[in-house]
Every structure is written in C-alpha cells, then in structure tokens.
Design a protein around this ligand. Structure first.
Ligand SMILES: NC(=O)c1ccc[n+]([C@@H]2O[C@H](COP(=O)([O-])OP(=O)(O)OC[C@H]3O[C@@H](n4cnc5c(N)ncnc54)[C@H](OP(=O)(O)O)[C@@H]3O)[C@@H](O)[C@H]2O)c1
Length: 270
C-alpha cells in the first residue's frame, strides 16, 4: 500500500542487486516513486514489477551503463527534466580485489568512470536541480574501505575511489549548506552482496561472519540514519567518536599543511 503521495521520485543507481535493490525496496515501502538504474534490464523490470505490486508506487526502469558518458547523460537528463525527482541515491559501484600491477588498464578506467565520474556528474545534476527548488536529498555510497589501506587486501583503485567519494561528499555538504538540500554519505563496511563475486569471484577467502552485515541490516540502518539526520551514516561503526576524531584531526591537518616556511626537519635553515 502506498503510504504517501508527495515524497516524489527517488533515482537509485545500481538497483538491480545488493544494496541498491534494498534501497529501492525500502524507499518504495515509504511511498517514493522510483527510477531504477543499472545495466541488466531483465532484473530491473522484475524488481520494478514487484515494487509496483507490493507498494502501489510507480517504478520506472532506466537502463544505463554509468561507466559510459551516454549512460550518465541519460540519468542526468532525467534528474534535470523530471520535477518529481526528490532523491538521488548514487549507489552503483564495483570493486576488484587486485594489486594495481595486476589490474588491467581497462578495469582501472572503467572503475574510475563508474565509482567517481558518474557519481560526481550525477551529484552535480541533482545539486543544481535541487538547489533551484530548495529541497532534495543526495545519498552517496562510499565505503569504510576508503579510510586507509586495508591490511592484507589489495584494493588500491577501489579504496581510492571511495576515498574520493568521502571527500567529494564532504565538500558537497558544505556547498549545499543553507539551501534546503541534503547530501548524505553512506559508509558500509562489509555487506553480503553479489559485489563480492564481482570483486573476486569464488577464489576469495570468505570473510569472518562477525564482520559481514546483511544487506537488509545495512540498508535499514541507513534509512534510520537518514531519518536521524546523520550527515555520515556508517552502519557498522559502533563508536561514533572515532569518526568525530577523524574529522577533527583531518581539519587540523588541513590547517597545518599551508605555510610559506619549509618545516625545520628539512634543514633549510630559514
Ligand atoms: N558489499 C559491500 O561489502 C560494500 C561495502 C562498502 C561499499 N559498498 C558499495 O555499495 C555499492 C553497491 O554495491 P553492492 O555490494 O550492492 O554490489 P552489487 O550487488 O554488485 O551491486 C552493484 C550494482 O551496481 C550496478 N552497476 C555495476 N556496474 C554498473 C555500470 N557500469 N552502470 C550501471 N550500473 C552498474 C549493478 O547492476 P548491473 O550489473 O545490472 O549494471 C548493481 O546493481 C557500491 O558502490 C559498493 O562499492 C559495498
């Protein structure tokens, strides 16, 4: 049953599986109409039909390869032209568990195109549109892996794309301050999804159960974080003071990085 008719439309990228599919489900349950974006049309159509029948919302399918400029443009156009769009969930992304030396050049380019370029371009389209209207929400999915090199796991390109998502989203939160637009950063830890197959397939050692969250718990925690107004939503992070300490230390470091004088340890004697 549709709960509300005026929440508008949420565009969810990467809605054909995993976290994005659950986002679509939970947003539809709240009464959002949806635009489901991914490459696998058959899956999107079946998810759209299911959401429409269970929640009486409208669920459109937008098939797009977001590693290609044309695919990004098709979603951007929808954001700009559809005045009902009130939320963008930038969720599509993937990883490969390889050292940089092992990562094929085309995978490097493709992953950066999807995880960085598409997310950035779609964030811009949404912020421009939402700011004109003075309302709207952008949700960017980063990763806990974007904070530091993960011991024993080679994900240099993936982790670095997620570090980018972290900093970009922090900038965007400043950019929209006072406009009525909300930009949220989601930082999942390890979550059960097909993404792990995409990242490495069957040869991967399974992670310990104790550190892997279900997709349902992850997205339900994110929905709660959205409701609570958290700018940074980290479903697995029990101790929020760690994030606060990180923010504080990075702000102090930023202020300390700029001086005309070389640091004394370099021995330039000025
Ligand atoms: N699972 C985790 O442990 C974890 C942890 C931290 C962050 N995350 C992040 O969470 C997000 C969702 O990941 P997931 O774990 O749910 O993985 P997933 O189940 O593999 O889902 C990835 C989604 O992205 C879509 N996608 C991939 N390439 C695309 C492209 N070129 N164009 C358009 N859509 C594309 C896929 O659909 P099609 O294949 O149909 O295009 C799929 O719907 C990602 O940004 C990921 O980095 C995941």
């Amino acid at each position: 049953m549709k709960l509300s008719g005026n929440l508008g439309t949420a565009i969810v990228t990467g809605a054909s599986s995993g976290i994005g599919k659950l986002f679509a489900d939970r947003l539809a349950a709240r009464g959002y109409d949806l635009v489901l974006v991914a490459r696998r049309e058959d899956r999107l159509r079946s998810i759209a039909a299911d959401l429409q029948s269970r929640f009486s919302v409208r669920a459109d399918v937008l098939v797009a390869d977001l590693s290609e400029p044309a695919g990004v443009a098709s979603v951007s156009d929808r954001i700009s032209s559809d005045s009902s769009v009130s939320m963008l969930v930038n969720n599509a992304g993937y990883s490969t568990i390889k050292t940089l030396a092992q990562t094929p050049d085309e995978v490097i380019a493709n992953m950066i195109a999807l995880n960085i370029t598409a997310l950035t371009t779609l964030s811009k389209a949404a912020i421009v549109r939402f700011t004109e209207r003075g309302a709207g929400t952008v949700v960017n999915v980063g990763s806990g892996a974007g904070f530091a090199p993960f011991p024993g796991i080679g994900i240099p390109v993936y982790a670095s794309t997620k570090a980018y998502v972290f900093l970009l989203t922090k900038y965007l939160q400043n950019e929209v301050d006072g406009t009525g637009v909300s930009v949220r950063l989601v930082l999942p830890g390890a979550v059960v999804s097909e993404g792990w197959e995409v990242a490495g397939g069957a040869e991967l050692e399974p992670l310990p159960d104790a550190i892997v969250m279900t997709t349902e718990d992850c997205v339900d925690a994110v929905m709660s974080g959205l409701d609570q107004g958290e700018p940074v939503i980290a479903p697995s992070l029990a101790d929020l003071t760690l994030l606060e300490a990180y923010d504080s230390a990075s702000g102090t470091l930023l202020q300390s990085m700029f001086s005309a004088q070389p640091a004394t340890r370099y021995g330039l004697g000025k």
